[in-house]
Design a protein around this ligand. Structure first.
Ligand code: ADP
Ligand code: MG
Length: 484
């Protein structure tokens, strides 16, 4: 359990957090219409008559959207409900032409599941998921297009969302951050959501309450639509502190909906429970209940790829360090690239060290990402092989890698053209050693008089004279022979 605490005037307070994550389903078409879902299209160019709620239009569930939500449920080990139903959530707003959102209140598609997290500086924990239900997104109001009017863009109207509701199981900003990152990774591995928080494909409602350790849960507030992991962590810190100060000064926390202002890093009241909507939920009469058959579920299950936790364990079994395994499996693009490298005959441990140190270093320097990685797994494998079989030294490999990044050429071509092969030719190595020993007669005398640490100096000088291309093993052996 986390020992994160807010230190108040009356002692220590524990923070309780539950997250409701809205994740846009990856699908070419909307939840109940055939309209496209691509991000960034001109306003109102991806709107069918269903999405615009023209009278008499009927919704038809999109099999792919349901499939994605089921696959997501399976990926967090959740109970999949073979029978579920859509409900209408009724409210009026200018971005909602139907006058209701089709959602699932009473019988969600996915029931209880869980996500394993390893928060930074904390111990591993299992965070419960209460449910995942499927619902429509609303349109978007645009207030900055005209001096006296607001416009509405219905492109998002009807796009399928998964609402992933956690249990109130998190106890610190770090745990909430780790949960969101892990959930995002799982969704991206599965391919059910692109996880792009900047484009709004994933956003979180953050429920926070405080209590004295051991007490009952306190009253929570819900901060809506927070669109980055960092912001979610900020909201929790800020909101927990605000609640503690409020209670300690004699006030009570109102169950209310709040908004986060990232520019000022504060939350403020949006609406209180008193004016909370009565949504008059009822089963949507236009839609039959969803009934999933075994063949559909079997296909969904078969399509789930190896997930981050399993992949990480597999990497560790291959001798890869826990740290490297964690880094290499954190993002689906990285894991895909590294799996392709492993599929060649590289040594897993050597390959992981090189990838994390050299490749990631280069990506950081150049601002590239794994998705735009300029080096293919096959080219990386060739470079590693040249080091493993002694064709080039480790230090020359760094030079070769720099040139690979510049030209995109394979390592072998660069090594050949620039004559970078490591030499074990004792004739050439002996000749250099003789030169260095005669130029440094004083140091040779010191060495022979017992100054053992000078050996490294002779190795270094020889390697330098041979432009890093001498086989270090041979250099060591010849030096020992000559120095006696
Ligand atoms: P609602 O439907 O009103 O939003 P739910 O019971 O579905 O209420 O809870 C919504 C979210 O609030 C869930 O993620 C849940 O974990 C979280 N939650 C519930 N109670 C608390 C609490 N006391 N403190 C913090 N989070 C809570
Ligand atoms: Mg809620």
């Amino acid at each position: 359990m986390s020992d994160y605490r807010i230190h108040g005037e009356t002692g220590e307070w524990e923070v309780v957090i539950g997250l409701e994550v809205h994740a846009q389903v990856v699908s070419n078409a909307k939840l109940f219409s055939g309209a496209a879902t691509a991000f960034g299209a001109e306003p109102n160019t991806q709107v069918s008559l269903v999405d615009a709620a023209m009278p008499g239009m009927l919704p038809v569930p999109n099999r792919e959207c349901i499939r994605q939500a089921v696959r997501t449920g399976m990926a967090i080990d959740a109970k999949i409900n073979k029978w579920s139903r859509f409900d209408r959530k009724n409210y009026f707003y200018a971005d909602l032409p139907q006058g209701y959102q089709i959602s699932q209140l009473y019988h969600p598609l996915v029931g209880e599941g869980s996500v394993e997290v390893e928060p930074e500086g904390g111990s591993p924990r299992t965070i419960g998921v209460e449910r995942i239900h499927v619902e429509q997104d609303a349109g978007k109001l645009m207030h900055d297009q005209h001096p006296t009017m607001s416009y509405v863009d219905l492109n998002r109207s009807g796009v399928a969302l998964m609402e992933i509701v956690s249990k109130p199981d998190m106890r610190s900003p770090a745990e909430a951050g780790a949960y969101l990152r892990k959930l995002r990774a799982i969704l991206r591995y599965v391919g059910s959501c692109d996880g792009n928080m900047e484009e709004g494909s994933m956003r979180a409602d953050v429920n926070v309450s405080v209590r004295k350790p051991g007490d009952e849960f306190g009253t929570r507030t819900e901060t809506k639509n927070v669109n980055s992991v960092r912001f979610v962590m900020n909201v929790i810190e800020h909101e927990a502190r605000r609640q503690v100060e409020l209670i300690e000064s004699g006030g009570t926390v109102a169950q209310e909906t709040r908004l986060y202002d990232p520019d000022r890093n504060v939350t403020r009241t949006l609406r209180s429970k008193e004016d909370a909507h009565d949504y008059r939920y009822f089963p949507d009469p236009d839609l039959l209940p969803l009934e999933l058959d075994d063949a559909f579920l079997e296909e969904c299950r078969k399509s789930i790829p190896e997930l981050p936790d399993a992949k990480r364990k597999r990497y560790e079994m291959l001798g890869i360090s826990a740290y490297n395994a964690g880094v290499l499996t954190a993002e689906v693009e990285t894991a895909g690239w590294f799996d392709a490298l492993l599929a060649t005959d590289v040594d897993p441990k050597q390959a992981s060290n090189w990838t994390v140190a050299e490749l990631f270093g280069a990506l950081n320097r150049t601002g590239a990402t794994m998705a735009t990685c300029p080096v293919s797994p096959a080219h990386a494998a060739e470079l590693l092989k040249l080091v493993a079989d002694g064709t080039i030294s480790g230090s020359i490999a760094k030079t070769v890698f720099e040139k690979m990044l510049e030209s995109g050429e394979p390592a072998g071509t660069i090594v050949e053209r620039e004559g970078l092969k490591q030499t074990s030719d004792t004739g050439a190595i002996d000749a250099e050693i003789d030169k260095i020993l005669s130029q440094n007669a004083d140091k040779v005398a010191d060495y022979k008089a017992g100054k053992q640490q000078l050996f490294g100096f002779f190795v270094g000088q020889t390697m330098k004279a041979m432009a890093g291309k001498a086989n270090p093993g041979v250099v060591n052996e010849r030096l020992r022979a000559k120095l006696g």
